[in-house]
Design a protein around this ligand. Sequence first.
Ligand code: S3P
Length: 165
Amino acid sequence: MLYNRVFLVGFMCSGKSTVGRELAHTLGWEFVDVDEEIQRQENNTVAGIFQEKGEAYFRNLELQVLTQLSQRNRLVISTGGGLGANPVAMELMKNKGLVVWLDIPFQEFLERCKGDENRPLLKKSLEEIQLIYQKRKEVYREAHLHLDATKDVPSIVKEIVGFLN
Ligand code: S3P
């Protein structure tokens, strides 16, 4: 096996954590969700961190946690939608493992994320969110693998495992 780590990137609600958990299980590797790790370290929710300490603080923390996790081996890492769209993070991940973009159409994102209260970005207007979605694609597309995330989870996992072997 060429890679010691798999990083999953993509927009909110693209299934990064679900696919990540399943992929780690299949590979016999560990799974870490960057948002969960941040919440554990800060003993606060993502929404709480945004509210109390601001977005810039959260973004800085994301990069720090990613750097820490990138030292570990046999690890599947799911990133927050903003982290995978950070060019510095993308560069780091590409140097440290296989980067997989789980791509979903904007409409699919709307349906899947509907009613979610925990994601601060969803408080923005539809136009703003659409702009963020478009802009982020410019970075996500630098991933090694670009997958259609509307497919079922086992198919996505199979594609990634096939690429690793
Ligand atoms: C964010 C996505 C979230 C979380 C935070 C910010 C973003 O993660 O990191 O709410 O900027 O897109 P998910 O992609 O897992 O929803």
